[in-house]
Design a protein around this ligand. Sequence first.
Ligand code: FPP
Length: 267
Amino acid sequence: MTPPHEIIEMVEPLPHVAIIMDGNGRWAKSRGLSRPEGHLAGAEAIKRIVKAALYRNLPVLTLFAFSSENRLRPEAEVNFLFNLMHRYFDEHLKDLAKEGVYIKITGEIDGLPQATLKLIEHAQNATRVNSKMTLQIAFNYGSQEEIVYAAKSIATKVSENKLSPADITKEVFEEHLRTAGLQSPDLIIRTSGEYRLSNFMLWQAAYAELYFTDVYWPDFNERELDVALKEYSTRERRFGRIIDDDNSNDKKNKSFHEKFSLEKASK
Ligand code: FPP
């Protein structure tokens, strides 16, 4: 496969990229098309970006395909989106498996239609041994639901004396999230000019770099992905710490710290 254009030099380690795919409806409206046509174009963008992520050796790509709240849309649209997911796997599962993609569906799957549950099980089983890239599809996913789910699982273990409250740490909590076992996203991209997370990975986004673009999801392509990755490569990730090679101010800092602590102590 030849690259569509020059690929930017990436920072190591390569990031887990998560995308809030937004703007299918507005993309369609701006072209005088129907919403389903917008979603169809959105599915085409998924194909493009999964390929691009593989080509760039990204370890994990997460796509927010359907939120818990999307279920409140008209029934016809909800059914269309479910069918689109079925069609996507019918058409691409074999190739994805061949390419070494492991598929993980993350979300509240209990209560989904039997056919969808079967599809999810099949997609996950068929790719279980793969390790080139994890394609995590957040489907029927809502972060607040996920946090409540984790809290309930932990509470159950405590009530059964399988876990002591004193042993509940950040790490233990994470192990009970629906995303357990996967690293948190390093970069979260949201398309379509909206500046919010919309109940997506609220816990996992604690130190994610956020990138917003006005481009509607169906227009998002390899080039747009590279722009986001390039921006990410310029971000300094400090995780609350200080990363400063310049120690020319060390003396000043020290004397100020000492003075301040003396002043406080004498009060
Ligand atoms: C936002 O567009 C997008 C979604 C509701 C979900 C994304 C779904 C796809 C890309 C379709 C394909 C899915 C799979 C799994 C193959 P919107 O309808 O909210 O856009 P709007 O805000 O402009 O109305």
